[in-house]
Design a protein around this ligand. Structure first.
Ligand code: G1P
Length: 293
């Protein structure tokens, strides 16, 4: 029987330099889209996909993330006194259960591959998911849940989220070389981290959702530095795909790069327009502003 994916890794050690000065003292993962921090969207997506244990790979200045996923008794008692039961329920329901969350410090910012490797002892010998909170996806069914379904259909293997990007933007992403491609599932033949357009094997980019076999840890253990002089997850996946089935999933949904200011603003507008309690007001503001452009 296919082994269930029960654990997810959230690499949250990055410095967020693309978002300074906002991220000088605040982790980029705590930036809110409408009224929820990016990391909460990531955790909610994981829970909806059936994840039971949550491993955050953090760094200095990130303890606020731990506070966010903890009870706040003072706040809860004030909300209770004031009869604000809706928001109280929402806060309580958004918390992963006690004992299911772990925080591991990545002591040096050595890259995404190194961050994932830091979770090795906690994950052990089972398949696991990786979610990059910067990549926010608006979809009917959460992207990771789509990937879990694809994994069931395929009978296992490694899966990453994939999306076509404009050819001039390949240097922002891991880019895959496709083999068999039925429009939804793509066989991954090769991967290159952030290639210049002339060197890119396609314009199919890796988006920050992965389901991986634990053998990736042995590869990461000895992974040499790659693009940006960092230990790249993409390079380790390149070795992994030589011995283990590897697929990309063209997911249904819109992805926003929330590590980027424009992508983040775009996400805020798109998510606000999806909300029944504010879509009219936001649409009015957009109409008013754009009439002056
Ligand atoms: C990371 C990965 C890259 C992937 C991207 C998706 O890059 O290394 O392969 O395409 O996330 O957002 P980063 O954006 O952290 O530089």
């Amino acid at each position: 029987m296919l082994q269930k994916v029960r654990k997810a890794v959230f690499p949250v050690g990055g410095l967020g330099t693309r978002f300074l000065p906002a991220t000088k003292a605040m982790p980029k993962e705590m930036l809110p889209v409408v009224d929820k921090p990016l990391i909460q969207y990531a955790v909610d997506e994981a829970r909806e996909a059936g994840i039971e244990e949550f491993v955050f790979v953090t760094g200095r200045g990130k303890v606020i993330i731990e506070d966010h996923f903890d009870r706040s008794y003072e706040l809860e008692s004030v909300l209770r006194e004031r009869g604000k039961s809706d928001i109280l329920d929402e806060l309580q329901n958004s918390l992963p259960k006690t004992g299911t969350v772990a925080y591991i410090r990545q002591q040096e910012p050595e890259g995404l591959g190194h961050a994932v490797w830091c979770a090795k002892r906690y994950i052990g010998d089972e398949p696991f998911a990786v979610i990059l909170a910067d990549d926010l996806i608006l979809s009917d069914k959460p992207c990771l849940a789509q990937m879990m379904e694809a994994r069931e259909e395929l009978g296992g293997g490694n899966i990453l989220a994939a999306m076509e990007v404009s050819p001039e933007h390949t240097s922002r992403y891991g880019i895959l070389k496709p083999g068999y491609d039925n429009g939804k599932i793509i066989e991954v033949k090769h991967l290159v981290e952030k290639p210049e357009p002339k060197d890119a094997p396609s314009n199919l980019a890796v988006i920050g959702r992965y389901i991986l076999e634990p053998s990736v840890f042995d590869i990461l253990e000895n992974q040499t530095r790659g693009a940006g002089n960092e230990i790249q997850l993409t390079d380790a996946l390149c070795s992994l795909l030589k011995n283990s089935p590897f697929y990309g999933l063209r997911f249904d949904g819109t992805r926003f790069d929330c590590g980027d200011k424009i992508g983040f603003l775009h996400a805020n507008i798109a998510f606000a327009l999806k909300r029944d309690d504010m879509n009219q007001a936001v649409a009015d503001i957009i109409r008013e502003i754009s009439s002056d452009l």
